[in-house]
Design a protein around this ligand. Sequence first.
Ligand SMILES: Cc1ncc(COP(=O)(O)O)c(C=O)c1O
Length: 431
Amino acid sequence: MTKDEILLARSEFLFPAVFHIYREPLVLARAKDQYVWDADGRQYLDFFGGIVTVSIGHCNDEINARVHKQIDTLGHTSTLYSSGPTMQLARQLAAISPGAQLTRSMFTNSGSEANETAIHAARMYTGHSDIIALRHSYHGRSQLAAALTGNQTWRYSGAPSPGVTFAHNAYCYRCPFGLTYPNCELRCATDVKELIRTTTSGRIAGIIAEPIQGVGGFITPPPEYFGLVADAVRQHGGIFISDEVQTAWGRTGSKWFGIEHWGVAPEMLTSAKGLANGMPLGLTLARDEVARAVPSPTISTFGGNPISAEAACAVLDFIDAHDLRERTADNGAHLRAGLLALQDKHPLIGDVRGMGLLQALELVTDRAARTPAAAQTTALLEAARQQGLLVGKGGLHGNCVRLSPPMNISRGDIDEFLLRLDRSFETIGIQ
Ligand SMILES: Cc1ncc(COP(=O)(O)O)c(C=O)c1O
């Protein structure tokens, strides 16, 4: 199909709700490692990886070799049968899970489904129904996952949320209490006790939280936050579910999982996206006793598909073999330093935040008033595209630039990215 035929087919045959992020839609033709090429042959340095999904480069040779072999050997089983790659993956996940305590996997198709599974398991395990989620969160596009989401854009047609109540997250740049860390004494976290007393039955099934809120604009809480919140929830019988759809697999540097930076041991975690480097795979990982509470039988047609599972095993092996968790910490610090230097130069950059190779810029038209620069963020994405860069967007106000390059990116590519991002900011100035 030509580019025009592709775009015409999209506009005629897809749900109109499926949107493009650029003024001129971007049609991708091929990709390799850190680059993608559009239908006109233009190359882009990809610092978004789909949506924080291409963890170790597009069409990675080592992953593809194993996928090719698997696709010619065994392509589908369903959960009614067992296969080597799926069980090998479950074994690897149990070993690397926080404290090696989450030993039971349920494989599905997506992050949304992984979260559905986790909420069901939490309710079965505790016998309680009340769930706490965080404001600014994103947990997926199914009805329940949208109901757990604390961002009006993604709550679709007013997703009803019976049994879900929303706590304040630690959005220090826009503190909901108008306080400043650390003098605030974590008012956002201590508020959870009052939230439980005033908006729930007092019998909590669990809290679901992203360690760093992805769609929310990589909001990164201070070190004490999750410990305090987890304590409050556990005092009311609930468990902690870490939504690691964007933060797992070393993306935050040094650790396999984001929540490990906060020293909280979750009873469950969920993931998808980067686990299989772009192949569809949803994961709910739970403590043995939590998993045992899920009533039998259960089934998933595509869950644990051997091709996706083999890709995921290959991703985990690649991250280990290339020491990518440590490399991500080092290269993340390098990227962060470059972004802070850009903040000194461009008044539009109000905040720089994130961990490892999950970094965001929050853009404001007035640093003192912190006025969200939504139109300028859109313009920045267009300018970056002109400079041959792909970056993401996020935040409640649509004023955050999200960066998540492949974890095996080189220093040279990060420097090249910073150079072109600087030029992109120069092009737009303050509009
Ligand atoms: C933190 C988080 N949870 C869940 C999801 C939903 O994942 P999926 O789109 O695979 O259903 C996303 C997707 O962006 C996400 O960022």
